[in-house]
Design a protein around this ligand. Structure first.
Ligand code: GDG
Length: 468
């Protein structure tokens, strides 16, 4: 098997084990894959430069080589803040009301993909496997083919894939999807997004999908498959058992003085359903006055994509809602919602999860959602908390023993909070044991192994095709 060339919008430079602010599971998994197979992780440095030069900043840290480029301010505005985060992200999360269709964004997106292709090209050797990530880089495979790359190339999409009826609202949608078909493997988080994609290529492009899910395209076979991403299970269990986690756990527990903790952890993003979650919690407080002084919601929401207006709006909306709900339900010694716009080290986060009686994971739409899996991994199996999970998160396909909810239904979520708080220990343990087995088994190492083996052409093909 050749080396791996991992390409994503941003690159996560490996840090020594135990370093402060250590990395998330995805970065850990990709770095371990790069250590094992050898290769390079390429992407944008996150820095801007007056004029694009294509200069590659090559570094080697902890056994992994990274190569990054800087982008011009116009690139960042049109490609990153524009087409990626104002057009594709909302559209792929079913929010055509927030989707902006601006021709400059589209041109910037193509220009930056071209810059990525030109910059990474000299790094690719004959036998390398090229693994591209996410919605920022959908046309990259096609651009690399045009420049003569013959290697096996795969794409993994971390977000949902939208229904055909929504996708056709995107100008030049045919061109975008056709460019994706230059990859050899296209991976999705769940069969639901896979089915949407296959529906599009059949209905809009008239292509044939074979029983093994491969798509016949211009004399080649493109493999489309679901590869559900997971967490680095062992790493997260170890994080939850660390001294830092225990201290964070004890500090939080002490501060709530016997109240039950509900926890939410999300980037501050409208897809995560935070406003609906706050309203559901307020409804729970209003409908259960006897419980109201016994529960507290800790919402950790580090800011994200702050240059995009819809993100500024969601932030203002949540500040207003928090103020309103706390104003209505607080007393002099207690506020029901603790809303924190700040990130925490992973170990501390694991301790917070463990302290919480309920994990409240209620996105309106989510490719997978790793927070749900982290919450399960961090629990004490002898006295576990309850996971309340949106039916619209990819994770709901696997975590069927969670309490699945429709996050749009404030009443349903409110009633489910009550059910979770009253759940007997035996049922909590039974549900948790089943969820834990699934999170452990389908972890991030398995995810990357399956993708890499499929890309290398050494994996078994799935015997069952999704039903359309
Ligand atoms: C995209 C897709 C898909 C959050 N706050 C803190 C913190 N986090 C970490 C969580 C978790 C990660 O960020 C968030 O992952 P999610 O999966 O929940 O969501 P997205 O960021 O939207 O990720 C998603 C994922 O890609 C992977 O394919 O599951 O559907 O949208 O790991 O723990 N980490 C730390 N402090 C925080 O305060 N250390």
């Amino acid at each position: 098997m050749g080396r791996l060339i991992v390409i994503s919008n941003r690159v996560s430079v490996p840090k020594a084990a135990g370093a402060a602010g250590a990395q998330g599971g995805l970065a850990v998994a990709l770095n371990s894959a790069l250590r094992e197979h050898g290769g390079i992780w390429f992407g944008w440095s996150g820095q801007e430069t007056e004029e694009f030069t294509g200069h590659l900043d090559m570094q080697r840290n902890d056994g992994v080589t990274t190569a990054t480029i800087d982008l011009e301010p116009q690139d960042i505005e049109e490609y990153y803040n524009g087409y990626a985060n104002r057009t594709l992200w909302p559209l792929f999360h079913y929010r055509i009301d927030l989707t902006e269709y601006d021709r400059n964004f589209g041109e910037g997106y193509e220009r930056v993909n071209e810059r990525f292709a030109d910059s990474v090209l000299p790094l690719i050797e004959n036998e390398d496997l090229v693994w591209v990530h996410d919605y920022h880089l959908l046309p990259l495979g096609s651009l690399l083919r045009q420049k003569g790359v013959k290697n096996r190339m795969g794409l993994f999409l971390h977000t949902p894939w939208p229904p055909t009826r929504l996708l056709v609202s995107l100008p030049f949608h045919e061109r975008l999807v056709a460019s994706m078909l230059e990859f050899d493997v296209i991976g999705f988080q769940t069969t639901e997004w896979l089915e949407s994609f296959l529906h599009y290529v059949q209905k809009e492009m008239g292509l044939t999908v074979n029983p093994d899910n491969s798509i016949d395209y211009e004399g080649r076979k493109v493999i489309a498959r679901a590869f559900p991403i997971g967490i680095d299970f062992e790493e997260f269990v170890a994080a939850a058992a660390s001294d830092e986690a225990r201290q964070a756990h004890d500090r939080l527990k002490e501060s709530v003085r016997g109240r039950k903790i509900l926890i939410g952890v999300d980037r501050l993003d409208y897809s995560k359903g935070l406003g609906e979650r706050f309203e559901a919690f307020a409804r729970f407080l209003a409908d259960n006055p006897d419980q109201a002084a016994k529960a507290v919601l800790l919402q950790i929401a580090p800011p994200s994509r702050e240059d995009v207006t819809s993100y500024q709006m969601i932030r203002e909306d949540l500040e207003r809602k928090t103020g309103h709900i706390n104003g209505a339900h607080a007393d002099v010694a207690f506020v029901p919602i603790r809303y924190v716009n700040q990130g925490f080290p992973r170990d501390e986060l694991a301790g917070f999860y463990r302290a919480a009686a309920i994990g409240l994971v209620t996105p309106l739409r989510d490719g997978m959602n790793l927070v749900a899996k982290e919450y399960i991994a961090a629990q004490d199996p002898e006295d576990p908390g309850v996971l309340i999970l949106s039916q619209f998160a990819g994770a709901a396909h696997q975590l069927k023993d969670a309490l699945l909810v429709n996050p749009h239904s404030i009443e349903h979520v409110s009633e489910t909070i009550k059910q979770a708080l009253e759940m007997p220990l035996a049922e909590r343990k039974r549900r948790h044991a089943s969820l834990l087995a699934s999170v452990r088994e389908q972890d991030v190492l398995r995810w990357r192994e399956e993708f890499v083996r499929t890309l290398a052409g050494t994996a078994d093909t799935p015997s069952v095709a999704p039903s359309l």
